[in-house]
Write a protein that binds this ligand. Structure first.
Ligand SMILES: C[S@@+](CC[C@H](N)C(=O)[O-])C[C@H]1O[C@@H](n2cnc3c(N)ncnc32)[C@H](O)[C@@H]1O
Length: 275
């Protein structure tokens, strides 16, 4: 049985013999065990989840029979391309203030799997991605590297506007904040969401990211963001959830299942454009 008081068990696995050296190096860097190549995730009881190394790509796979499929960062996927035409993109665009400045600089302080950051970069924003969980950082790093080397002009141009800063946003923030127009927060959703893809990600996040599920953690992050003096702070919330830390936003952008709470500190137009 999974003991929630312990750190969840994670291990590295090379997808093939040719990946072993890279997997070993990553295992050493992350301080995680490396399993023998050839282990089947469905049969594995040595770890709750496996970070699988295959060429430049990394994927995270929960172990055991009936576990959902792997989670990876694939910015070139059909799902990501589909988002270019989705209403959700419009809501996010409006919330962060895209279009109010020539080039909007966004600090995505809870980068996760980089989906929202990619949407913002695709809109033309310069996006700094902060992520504090080392395994998620590796997924992001590989997703960015695979996209940058894809040869797809659209994809490579978009990821050029994304920079990854591993670590807690509250520490990274000190150097990044002076250049930032909007701080964007998407803390762990406490509510259940319905799509299969979201369920897969939630199963993974709930196994690996226990501290992000603590509502006090999200409250503290908003209070930190509001103290930074950036023109705008935006929080993604489930449509019916209370606002974080009991702080009422300046206004909300509402979608069907998601709401963006927008805290306006000052107008984006008033920010100096010459940098
Ligand atoms: C719900 S996920 C974000 C999903 C993301 N918006 C996306 O589109 O994929 C929240 C992520 O924020 C990260 N996180 C939470 N607090 C953080 C902090 N203070 N600094 C950096 N990362 C943080 C967690 O590790 C987790 O990966």
């Amino acid at each position: 049985m999974h003991d929630s008081s312990r750190q969840p068990e994670l291990a590295l696995l090379a997808a093939a013999a040719a990946d072993y050296a890279d997997a070993a190096e990553l295992a050493r860097r992350l301080g995680l065990p490396l399993l023998a190549t050839g282990v089947e995730p469905a049969e594995c009881d040595a770890a709750a989840a496996l970070l699988i190394v295959e060429g430049p790509a990394r994927r995270l796979q929960l172990t055991g029979r009936g576990a959902p499929g792997p989670v990876r960062v694939d910015f070139g996927s059909a799902g990501m391309r589909h988002r270019r035409h989705s209403g959700a993109r419009e809501l996010l665009s409006k919330a962060v203030g895209h279009g109010k400045k020539t080039v909007l600089r966004v600090l995505d302080a809870t980068a996760g799997l980089g989906t929202d950051a990619f949407v913002l970069a695709d809109l033309g924003c310069e996006v700094a991605l902060c992520e504090r969980e080392p395994v998620i950082v590796e997924l992001l790093r590989s997703g960015l590297a695979v996209a940058a080397g894809s040869g797809d002009p659209w994809l490579t141009a978009v990821v050029q506007r994304m920079r990854l800063f591993p670590g807690d946003a509250r520490e990274m923030g000190q150097t990044l904040i002076p250049d930032v127009d909007t701080i964007y927060l998407d803390p762990m959703f406490p509510a259940r969401r319905k799509s299969a893809a979201v369920k897969k990600e939630m199963a993974l996040f709930q196994t690996l990211l226990e501290r992000s599920i603590d509502p006090a953690d999200a409250d503290a992050l908003l209070l930190w963001a509001l103290q930074q003096g950036t023109p705008r702070v935006v929080v993604k919330r489930p449509a019916k959830a209370a606002s974080l830390a009991g702080r009422e936003p300046s206004h909300c952008i509402r979608g069907k299942s998601v709401r963006y709470d927008v805290y306006v500190n000052r107008k984006l137009e008033s920010v100096c454009l010459a940098k």
